[in-house]
Design a protein around this ligand. Structure first.
Ligand code: XMP
Length: 435
């Protein structure tokens, strides 16, 4: 299956990803490439039917105005230039239309009318292509994957199980900071239902001892990150014949990691920092997918909705929600209260509506009364936020009856807790997590 492609050349427009999405929405595959791509590099890309040169607000880099090479116009592929009109370009637009409908019309006219591209981009074809590519690339060699249970690593696992079955070795590290039932669900789904080759490492004690007495949030993050690499490395060394490392890198990770016009926003290293002698060849089958396409891919591969639409969960897990130096009591309080919150959110239909929701347990106590006696115990703080990109966030205005039900349950069922609070702070000034 060869899919037609529209190439978007990046001249620093913040619209690049929106345009790439819009082209895929009309059924044609699209990729964003650097503005200084050479005609030779362009001709190596498969099935390019059209080029969109997307001029933008960031087209001055280090004081120099950047532009595409003139030769790109001469390779014989139709070019649409937007906000960027060289004299001899046939198709130009001053700016993109504001409405989605009009944008789709403009793109359809160019992509189907001028470029004669076929609308053959869909997730089924993508999966079929990737399975072939992975099989060709790996032959009979083994592939290692760190399976956290997050959406991206789970979808990569499902795809690779389909492509190479037991040649895929999944390593799931339980760091003791997972949510209630999470590690068990990973075992059940991947080992029992999908018959994956899954190594489950229970490293809870190891992580918790390393974290003992450490209260600084960044120090906690560093310890959790480093320890993960160490555990993963130890497991990798026990295995033989592994040549490849699969990662759940997705398109926004690549775009955000810096292009020639946008300096690095965030560096993404899912399993960075492995020692030099453990160099694997990387396999990143989702590297060209946007998040919603990753979810669609997961559903198509048979993963349950609860996994595919899972809310984001930070790498350091409950470790940054059990504030200050982690203790067993408070970690259990975070885990149990989080489970109640998730259960009640699901019952109220809020799990599909709210972007991220969790509980936090601080490292101070307050006075209360329980069973007619004075109590001196921890509070639980509920947080529920909505956001588009996690850079800013607003709080969800949860209805009182739902909040009261959650409060009653937490107070009745979670040991060492005598008070429940609701966090009303947007981001900024607060961040989404408390640490
Ligand atoms: P903040 O707290 O910075 O969170 O407003 C924004 C989003 O990022 C998640 N987050 C993390 N994710 N490792 C991660 O993988 C981390 O250390 C980390 N800290 C925050 C947070 O859950 C929210 O979705």
């Amino acid at each position: 299956m060869k899919q037609d492609m529209i190439v978007i050349l990046d001249l620093g427009s913040t619209m690049n990803t929106d345009i790439a999405r819009a082209v895929r929405n009309i059924g044609v595959y699209s990729e964003i490439h650097p503005h200084d791509i050479t005609p030779e590099e362009l001709s190596k890309l498969p099935n390019v039917k059209g080029i969109i040169i997307n001029g933008g607000e960031n087209n001055i880099v280090d004081g120099v105005r950047i532009d595409v090479s003139r030769a790109v116009y001469d390779v014989g592929i139709p070019v649409l230039a937007v906000a960027h009109a060289p004299a001899d370009c046939e198709l130009t637009l001053q700016e993109w239309p504001a409405s989605e409908e009009e944008l789709a019309l403009v793109l359809k006219s160019f992509v189907f009318g001028t470029c004669k591209a076929e609308p053959n981009w869909n997730i089924k074809n993508f999966i079929t292509d990737q399975i072939q590519i992975v099989r060709r690339q790996t032959g009979d060699k083994k592939v290692l994957l760190a399976l956290s249970g997050g959406v991206d690593s789970s979808v990569v696992a499902a795809l690779l199980i389909k492509a190479i079955g037991k040649q895929l070795v999944c390593v799931h590290v339980n760091n003791g900071l997972m949510r209630k039932g999470e590690s068990e669900e990973i075992d059940e789904l991947f080992r029992n239902q999908l018959d994956a080759n899954l190594i489950h490492v229970d490293a809870s004690q190891r992580f918790l001892s390393k974290l003992e007495g450490v209260s600084d949030p960044e120090e906690k993050r560093k310890i959790i990150g480093n320890e993960f690499i160490r555990v993963f490395e130890e497991e990798a060394r026990k295995l033989s014949g592994i040549e490849f490392l699969a990662q759940g890198t997705i398109y926004p990770d690549i775009v955000e990691s810096g292009t020639k016009t946008a300096k690095v926003v965030k560096s993404h290293h899912n399993v960075g920092g492995l020692p030099e002698d453990l160099q694997f060849t990387l396999i990143e089958p989702l590297r060209y997918l946007f998040k919603d396409e990753v979810r669609e891919c997961g559903l198509e591969l048979g993963l349950p909705e609860s996994m595919v639409y899972r809310q984001p969960f930070p790498g350091p897990g409950l470790g940054v929600r059990c504030l200050g130096a982690i203790t067993k009591d408070r970690l259990e309080a975070v885990r149990e209260s989080d489970a109640i919150l998730r259960e009640e959110f699901a019952k109220a239909g809020l799990d599909k509506k709210v972007w991220q929701y969790f509980t936090v347990v601080p490292d101070f106590k307050s006075v209360g009364v329980k069973n007619n006696a004075r109590s001196y115990e921890y509070p639980v703080i509920i947080r529920a936020v909505n956001t588009i990109d996690a850079m800013t966030a607003t709080i969800e205005q949860i209805e009182w009856p739902v909040l009261l039900r959650i409060t009653d349950r937490i107070l009745a069922e979670v040991p060492n807790v005598n008070r429940v609070c609701y966090d009303l702070s947007p981001k900024p000034c607060a961040t989404i997590e408390w640490e």
